[in-house]
Design a protein around this ligand. Structure first.
Ligand code: HEC
Ligand code: HEC
Ligand code: HEC
Ligand code: HEC
Ligand code: HEC
Ligand code: HEC
Ligand code: HEC
Ligand code: HEC
Ligand code: HEC
Ligand code: HEC
Length: 493
């Protein structure tokens, strides 16, 4: 330590005779005092004045969002008024609010009740419901943050979903609770009645896997995980239809979009496949190689039967079409055709049986090339045909599924090009259809097909909300949802 040049005593001597200095008035000191006093008292006066006038904006911590801008004069529609601005600003109340905030943060519970109540009235919809086995609800205000500026509210962050979905204890408790609930009432993803949905049963422990993000641990889609089978009765072999011997149609090689045409919303099955539009060009249901002009009617076994029973009439009609006009010649034509048919089949029943129940009613056709063979196949090529005593056989109506993964969204229109290479995105990148031989194959993509793009590495958004929604739809009736609310314990965080 350096030795001081002057002792304490020497220093003190400097102030000798000036000991009252602090008691004397001084211009700067007075100014400071007056400024402080003014600031305090004007502040207090302002608080009191605003209190009296009732303009609560004084306490506003930030502008309300655009959606709630109309509530700017009605703070109390969200806030329990007394906790914010007591009619008289009593010190005890003020202290209590402060200490509350300090120790517990903002009390969301009363605010949430107001959000839910107004929105129930407003939208006729209950927002306090996600899934019936939720054990501890999140607060509305954690996900929808108010007072963050005048624009639209910020989009809900994935972290708010992960607060539950990435929490082992929460999800384990939910799995347990799910085992005790009757789930029949809780269809969080209803669909219009005309829409055919491929719905798998809920797993025993529900959808309670634990994961932080889409690209890290998100479960493989249930369809792939199980894996599911398509039980449609229509036989179809995608791979076969991409073989080299498949004929050209409409001047082009057979491609996905010959059969799967998107509607304006980018969905495919709203424009459902029909026999007439997608199969008939090659499978035209001819039955007589000598008279390829004649084809069986499609879509109704009774009509086919009727057609076969009145074959002579159809041959007569054909004769007329061929320009044969003399009744005698027409009769001869019909007789000749019936004879050549009978040379091949033993009887009418035999013929009918072949057409309905065998894939290839015309054995000789097997030597011809596939494109011609395809024209002549019987119903059983594509259908499971069941005999019915004394009646035409039964063929179940094929089912084309409209929605395969109801718990998420998908839009083909946004998946036309690869954003990284700007090249068109092939259907097969996701569907692998050209390798499928059976109708029962489910051609839906697995999660790996999505993560290539929807991840930080693929540079496409991968927030939970890109693909999912949170709230149950309005159509879940109040009674069902109240049940759910009761199931979800009231305590929030
Ligand atoms: C649409 C509902 C809504 C309206 C209207 C609203 N607030 Fe808020 N306010 C909230 C929510 C939610 C919070 C707590 C969470 C946050 O800060 O994001 C909050 C927090 C606050 C806070 C700080 C936390 C506290 O409780 O101590 C103050 C102060 C406040 N609001 C004042 C106002 C005033 C003044 C008005 C009227 C101009 C108003 N608010 C209108 C929803 C609302
Ligand atoms: C007094 C009634 C009322 C209260 C209370 C209220 N809201 Fe709203 N809220 C509305 C109205 C009205 C709209 C606008 C609806 C529209 O534009 O179609 C809205 C819109 C919204 C939206 C949609 C925002 C958007 O960008 O589309 C959300 C989210 C929302 N409110 C959440 C909340 C939350 C959370 C609370 C409680 C902190 C709350 N609301 C309290 C009436 C209310
Ligand atoms: C309060 C806890 C909680 C929060 C927060 C939460 N979830 Fe869930 N979620 C659950 C539980 C519990 C299940 C399981 C349901 C079951 O077992 O069938 C679930 C299931 C799901 C499912 C699959 C089941 C279905 O019917 O769709 C999706 C998708 C989902 N949540 C999306 C979200 C999204 C998106 C968010 C964020 C906006 C979110 N969750 C936030 C608790 C939560
Ligand atoms: C000749 C018509 C035809 C062509 C061409 C065709 N499909 Fe299909 N596709 C069908 C029929 C019929 C079904 C319904 C039966 C089934 O599920 O196999 C179907 C079903 C599908 C399904 C949903 C059903 C499931 O089981 O998952 C997808 C996805 C699909 N096709 C993709 C493709 C792709 C991709 C291509 C092009 C590589 C393609 N299809 C070419 C006729 C066709
Ligand atoms: C990025 C991946 C991806 C690409 C590329 C893609 N699909 Fe899909 N496709 C899907 C998903 C996911 C579904 C399931 C949607 C749902 O939940 O129903 C689907 C459903 C379908 C379905 C059955 C349901 C419906 O919407 O009709 C058909 C048929 C289909 N796709 C055909 C095609 C064809 C044809 C192409 C090429 C033009 C194609 N897809 C390109 C992912 C893709
Ligand atoms: C461009 C012509 C073409 C179109 C369109 C077409 N097919 Fe085919 N299909 C063929 C040919 C050629 C064969 C092979 C015939 C053979 O080898 O005997 C075939 C074979 C089949 C087979 C037998 C597959 C196997 O495993 O041997 C079935 C089933 C079938 N088609 C169903 C359909 C259905 C259903 C449609 C309409 C959705 C359809 N096809 C549309 C040309 C077509
Ligand atoms: C090349 C494949 C193919 C052959 C061969 C075929 N069908 Fe179909 N059939 C279809 C397809 C695809 C559908 C579904 C779309 C439609 O109804 O047009 C269908 C639908 C049907 C339906 C249900 C119609 C409804 O709306 O309820 C009946 C019944 C039917 N076929 C009968 C027959 C009969 C009878 C034959 C033989 C004469 C036959 N099909 C031959 C492909 C075929
Ligand atoms: C080749 C890259 C690529 C692949 C693979 C891909 N996506 Fe996308 N996806 C995109 C792009 C690009 C967008 C548009 C993002 C945007 O609008 O900001 C998008 C948007 C979406 C959206 C939002 C659609 C909307 O309505 O806004 C959903 C949902 C989605 N994808 C689901 C999927 C699913 C499920 C898969 C896997 C089966 C998948 N995607 C595979 C590139 C891809
Ligand atoms: C790119 C699209 C996409 C993103 C991003 C995404 N998911 Fe999914 N998620 C899906 C699809 C598709 C399914 C399958 C839906 C079905 O089977 O009906 C699914 C299924 C689920 C399931 C059910 C899981 C099961 O066990 O089958 C839950 C829970 C879920 N997602 C939650 C989330 C959460 C939380 C996030 C955000 C961290 C998220 N998802 C992000 C597309 C996405
Ligand atoms: C875990 C986060 C979360 C919680 C908690 C939450 N919401 Fe939402 N909310 C969302 C998401 C995400 C959306 C976007 C649409 C969707 O996914 O359903 C949304 C949309 C809304 C909308 C806009 C209307 C719509 O359907 O798009 C309103 C209003 C709303 N929420 C009100 C509430 C109210 C009131 C509460 C409390 C009872 C609440 N939310 C709790 C995540 C949440």
């Amino acid at each position: 330590m350096a030795t001081p040049r002057r002792t304490q005593k020497q220093i003190a001597e400097k102030y000798q005779g000036n000991l009252g200095y602090y008691r004397k008035a001084h211009l700067w000191r007075s100014a400071r005092f007056i400024a402080s006093f003014l600031a305090l008292s004007v502040g207090l006066a302002a608080i009191i004045a605003y209190q009296r006038r009732g303009d609560e904006r004084f306490f506003n911590p930030g502008k309300l969002s655009a959606a709630h801008a109309a509530l700017i004069e009605k703070c109390a529609s969200c806030h329990d008024k007394s906790s914010l601005t007591d009619a008289r600003l009593r010190p005890i109340k003020f202290q209590k609010v402060l200490s509350d905030r300090f120790h517990h943060g903002i009390a969301f519970d009363p605010i949430d009740k107001n959000c839910a109540a107004c929105h129930l009235k407003q939208d006729k919809r209950i927002y306090d419901f996600h899934e019936p086995n939720v054990v501890k609800n999140r607060s509305c205000s954690v996900c929808h943050q108010e007072h963050r500026g005048p624009g639209p509210m910020k989009i809900v962050a994935s972290a708010q979903c992960a607060a539950c979905h990435d929490d082992r204890l929460t999800m384990a408790a939910s799995a347990l609770k799910g085992r005790q609930l009757d789930w029949t009432n809780f269809q969080r993803h209803p669909h219009p009645p005309h829409q055919i949905v491929f719905d798998l049963p809920r797993p025993v422990d529900g959808y309670t896997q634990v994961f932080p993000s889409f690209w890290d641990g998100h479960p493989e889609f249930q369809l792939k995980r199980e894996p599911a089978r398509d039980r449609d009765a229509l036989k179809f072999n995608h791979e076969r239809h991409f073989a080299p011997d498949i004929p050209i149609v409409g001047g082009k090689k057979l491609a996905c979009n010959y059969c799967h045409q998107p509607d304006s919303e980018g969905r495919y099955n709203n424009q459902r496949i029909t026999f007439a539009a997608q199969c008939q060009a090659c499978h035209s249901l001819q039955f007589d190689p000598k008279n390829p002009e004649l084809t069986l009617p499609h879509g109704n076994t009774t009509a086919v039967r009727g057609f076969l029973l009145s074959l002579p009439a159809h041959y007569a009609e054909l004769a007329a079409r061929k320009g044969i006009t003399q009744p005698n010649e027409i009769k001869n034509f019909v007789t000749r055709q019936m004879l050549q048919l009978r040379a091949r089949v033993h009887s009418g029943e035999d013929f009918e049986h072949q057409i309905f129940f065998t894939k290839d009613p015309y054995k000789p056709q097997l030597e011809t090339e596939p494109r011609v063979r395809a024209l002549f196949y019987g119903c059983a090529l594509c259908h499971d045909v069941q005999p019915v005593a004394h009646e035409a056989p039964f063929i179940a109506k094929p089912i084309f599924v409209d929605r395969w993964m109801l718990r998420a969204r998908f839009d083909h229109a946004k998946h036309q090009v690869d954003p990284n290479t700007l090249r068109p995105l092939a259907c097969n990148e996701c569907h692998h259809a050209t390798r499928s031989r059976l109708t029962s194959d489910v051609l839906m993509p697995g999660i790996a097909s999505c993560v290539t793009c929807h991840s930080p590495k693929g540079k496409v958004v991968a927030e939970c909300l890109t693909c999912h929604s949170y709230h149950a739809p309005a159509s879940l009736t109040a009674a069902e949802t109240r049940l759910g609310q009761k199931a979800a314990t009231a305590r929030r965080q």
